[in-house]
Design a protein around this ligand. Structure first.
Ligand SMILES: O=C(O)COP(=O)(O)O
Ligand SMILES: [Mg+2]
Length: 222
């Protein structure tokens, strides 16, 4: 990580959540399965849901409907969205786990006084309870969800907003993510970007998008 900043630490680190810090797919899959069952639709596998995550809750529901509801997808969307929100409020955090290395890295950077922030496409109402459950909420300020601003990643607006809030130049921040949404947002904001290889990227290895740094564990950032 220091190699990207002339041997120094970045002025701030901005993390993605799902697929970068937290393996949240088991809980998202349970919620998708539940709304599909309620609507009498065939249910998705966990692998399918893994490839659909990353553009926020509405896109996840749309992708699940496209795969299971055929011509009825559009008409079923409002009911599916409502059922998903209720189901995920219940399943969120049940099986979610921090990836290896996450807590030590958060601790190490906090000890060095590096500000850490979170920009996820997950709705904010699900983000705060998940961070609390996993015991990592106190590391991040600010926390932006997919519905915090009019635009979400891959739009650079949330990353720019964080840099401005923290009073640091975007090029001195490091974005850490798992998907091309994180990478495109960072590039458009003028931020160096590190990606983890183990996350969710719509079924494609993130290496294809050539991040500035590619790591198989957050520990490699140190
Ligand atoms: O699409 C989601 O809800 C997950 O988003 P994230 O990878 O930006 O945390
Ligand atoms: Mg992600």
């Amino acid at each position: 990580m220091r190699s990207l900043f002339g041997g120094q630490l970045p002025a701030a680190v901005i993390y993605d959540l799902d697929g970068t810090l937290v393996d949240s797919v088991p809980d998202l899959h349970s919620a998708v399965e539940r709304f599909q069952q309620q609507l009498g639709l065939p249910t998705a596998s966990e692998c399918e849901v893994r490839d659909w995550v990353g553009n926020g809750a509405a896109r996840l529901v749309e992708r699940a409907l496209a795969a299971s509801a055929g011509e009825r997808a559009e008409a079923l969307f409002p009911a599916a969205m409502e059922a998903f929100m209720v189901a995920y409020a219940d399943t969120n955090g049940r099986r979610a786990r921090l990836y290896e290395g996450v807590r030590p890295v958060l601790e190490a950077l906090a000890a060095e006084g590096v500000p850490q922030a979170l920009v996820t496409n997950k709705p904010l109402a699900f983000t705060h309870p998940l961070l609390e459950k996993l015991g990592i909420a106190s590391y991040f300020s600010p926390v932006l969800g997919g519905d915090s601003l009019p635009a979400k990643k891959p739009d650079p607006a949330p990353l720019r907003a964080v840099a401005e809030t923290l009073g640091v130049a975007p090029e001195r921040c490091l974005m850490v993510g798992d998907s091309r949404n994180d990478l495109l947002a960072a590039r458009a904001a003028g931020m160096p970007v590190a990606c983890v290889s183990y996350g969710y990227n719509h079924g494609e290895p993130i290496a294809v998008s050539c991040p500035d740094l590619l790591v198989d564990s957050l520990l490699k950032l140190l």
